[in-house]
Design a protein around this ligand. Sequence first.
Ligand code: PLP
Length: 424
Amino acid sequence: MNEIPLTYLPKIWLPYTQMKTAPVPLHAVRTEGSRITLQDGRELVDGIASWWTACHGYNHPHIHARVSEQLGRMPHVMLGGLVHEPVRELSERLSILLPGDLDHSFFTDSGSVAVEVAMKMAIQYWINRGVQGRKKLLSFRNGYHGDTLATMSICDPEEGMHSLFAGAFPEQVLADLPRDETSSAALDALLAERRHEISAIILEPLVQGAGGMIFHPPEVLVRLRALADKHDVLLILDEIFTGFGRTGTMFACEQAGIIPDIITLSKALTGGTVPLAATVARRHVFEAFLSDSPSAALMHGPTFMANPLACMAACASLDLFEREPRLEQVAAISRQLRAELEPCRVLSGVRDVRVLGAIGVVELDSVDDMNRLKNALVACNVWVRPFRRIVYLTPAFTITSDELTRLTQAIYHVIREGAFRKPA
Ligand SMILES: Cc1ncc(COP(=O)(O)O)c(C=O)c1O
């Protein structure tokens, strides 16, 4: 057990946690590379990079240096009426890095809010063009786009974390992914019938993450782009998880050769150091907001929008993508995950093993005792956070091969020992 006093608990309300029955959380005191040091001196190898953010590992000296310098000069200034060098540099670099004319970045401070801004952009795009009635979004089963009320409305209504709130937010349009001819025809028919209500289609490209680490091939994105064009609705790709190399290319949409009308980014945008998110629009979307009428402007503006420290961290992270061989590292991680997770496939209780880029997934038939499974992993000195029936790895791209082997071996070991089942 670690040494946190129990009185510590009631003051902090933890995420996704039943505070009455939850075990005392581990207390982290230091992070470095792919290691988390606990208060009691234990060191865990980190397998998920703090919810997929710390792509360069923790405490990268280059990000540290650029953020420290910015901290001394100007930690924050409001963006309303003022701009600053870090936001100028970051907007410029994102427009160069992103495919096509995804050129106009609107910054916020979390992924959920970036998605909300994308939703508002899409709805107002049609209003500004004089088209009435397009107030809904079309999203997909198993999708996840955030925890705020509006984003909850486009998450999977049953599998998602938000079924409790059904009826508390506007009903959207839900569909199955166009994985084959039949589901494509069904989506085509749905869009033909309801396009006059729909402002945009929204999807996490290639991987539906929090919905269960479910993969789909790039052809799905090609079909969606074609259907969006055919029915004249916008296409939003939520690359908050997949962006910045996670699936093997800088952005997942590159694998399909398509360009969404709006893209959302966060998580690895700052290399996992400071919160920042961006909603980036193509030129035709941006231009729909240009008008002599003030009411055509995008009415959104978080207080800490484009915080200079966060923008500087993002610029430093982009420096690292330019200078260091991140995509080669992702390819090497992918090969190692494939080789080292494959033996799990034959273990009792394993339904599937799958790998895409630097994402490795072992899907179980069911997990009867999640706390036991989590504790067994920590007992192997690794930090892996299974959810529902998914045990997954999304390590930092800088993880060493030995560290990755410690993670894959721990997963193999706890599954073989049946740590996901209730003790007999
Ligand atoms: C695809 C996707 N969109 C949106 C979000 C929400 O981001 P945040 O937790 O920063 O609000 C997440 C978070 O996991 C995500 O994976």
